[in-house]
Write a protein that binds this ligand. Structure first.
Ligand code: SAM
Ligand code: SF4
Length: 385
């Protein structure tokens, strides 16, 4: 199956350890080490039936307290942080909460000059006023959860937003001078090739700086998981992946990770941190962090997170440390998913021979996935591990 392994930013995403090796290739910060902050906002208006993120639709009364606790967590950590080169505010639906309270959390982050600050938004929420407020508060980039631009497909996905709001939200993002990512999902039940093509073409017409296209994944415990008739078909998703790869490439977007394409220079630096084993602080419930070679995660529910922070305790609920050999293997498994791949010398010759057609050797001695290999990225990653 096609694996959007790094789709999740909050509760269910797991950071794999690695090295900073690829910083050099991406050239993001030549003079300072990249360091990130992930802030999780666990509130949604409506629960999409494919979603397994840590988010709640019945806790809106906690929003103000929650954001104040996040502000306090950052304020208490700030003195020990290096300059922060990227912040990602994910959810949940960050655009649902009071922008001033959200920006008050961000104001505590000791940002490096030129830092990337992304906020995930639902297209329905993004008015001119909100986008301008974000821009004035230091946000540099918005990530819009578009998913599809075909109303029937949105309905099948159980999404409530009106595609017309996407056009309005994109215009608001641009008028505010912010960079734009569009998230798409393919593989909804009954989605035809024409419908997927229509979504991809309409997305290109919106001219975002960055596109994430995720294969719809059946997450355990979701209503989608309980309804096999709506489960995506692997072959259809493979065709859809090859289609979007071709169409985005033709429109000038460069592929740089299994599910991600960007105009040159607009790659998401925060996600690059994850894929290169970089370090980042976890803020909010269910957020995962990676500090000092140690992965950790915060309490999953907003209530337990609030109890900890308000009592002056750490919100951390668990951690793990990898042995050096495990870290090296996971680093390779992450790197192979990117356009930079791994150094040929790090991959066993036998494994390379077995992966013929799925990986290619570049002139500068790296091993990268071919388009066919990207469809089987999980298997390739395991075999080079
Ligand atoms: C956690 S959501 C946050 C953004 C916002 N709440 C939204 O849904 O638009 C981030 C992205 O994850 C993707 N996503 C969530 N669940 C998924 C699933 N089961 N399979 C594939 N993509 C998924 C969607 O593209 C979504 O835009
Ligand atoms: S809006 Fe986003 S985070 Fe909320 S339930 Fe839907 S997919 Fe999940």
């Amino acid at each position: 199956m096609i694996g959007p392994y790094f789709v999740t930013q909050g509760g269910i995403w797991c950071c794999l350890g690695g090295t900073h090796e690829a910083d050099h290739h991406w050239g993001a910060y030549p003079s300072i080490v990249a360091f990130g902050v992930y802030l999780h906002v666990p509130f949604c208006r409506h629960r999409c039936d494919y979603c397994a993120f840590a988010t709640w639709t019945d806790r809106h009364h906690l929003e103000a307290r929650y954001l104040e606790a996040c502000r306090r967590q950052v304020a208490e950590a700030a003195h020990a942080l290096p300059p922060v080169t990227s912040v990602f505010v994910g959810g949940g639906t960050p655009s649902l909460v009071d922008p001033d309270a959200l920006l008050a959390v961000l104001a505590e982050v000791p940002l490096a000059d030129g830092a990337e600050v992304t906020v995930e938004c639902n297209p329905d929420d993004l008015t001119d006023e909100r986008a301008a407020r974000y821009a004035a508060g230091g946000v540099t980039r918005l990530s819009l959860g578009v998913q599809s631009l075909v109303p029937e497909v949105l309905a099948t996905l159980g999404r409530e937003h009106d595609p017309a709001n996407v056009t309005r939200a994109v215009a608001a993002t641009r008028r505010a001078g912010l960079d734009l990512n569009v998230d798409l999902v393919y593989g909804a039940a009954g989605e035809t090739p024409e419908q997927w093509a229509a979504t991809v073409e309409a997305t290109v017409a919106l001219a975002p700086d960055h596109v994430s296209a995720y294969a719809l994944t059946v997450e355990a415990g979701t209503p989608l998981a309980a309804d096999p008739a709506r489960h995506p078909d692997d072959d259809t998703q493979a065709d859809q992946y090859l289609y979007v790869t071709e169409a985005l490439g033709a429109a000038g977007y460069e592929w740089y990770e299994i599910s991600n394409w960007a105009r040159p220079g607009h790659e998401c630096r925060h996600n690059l941190l994850y894929w290169t084993g970089g370090e980042y602080l976890a803020v909010g419930c269910a957020a995962h962090g990676h500090l000092g070679g140690r992965r950790y995660w915060n309490h999953r529910t907003p209530e337990r997170y609030l109890d900890a922070v308000e009592a002056g305790r750490s919100p951390e609920s668990g951690a793990e440390e990898l042995e050096p050999a495990e870290r090296a293997a996971e680093s390779r498994q992450l790197a192979i998913r990117t356009r930079y791949g791994v150094a040929a010398g790090e991959v066993d010759d036998g494994a390379l021979a077995d992966l013929s057609g799925l990986v290619a050797r570049t002139d500068d001695g790296r091993v990268v996935l071919t388009p066919a290999g990207r469809l089987l990225a999980n298997e390739v990653a395991i075999r080079i591990g």
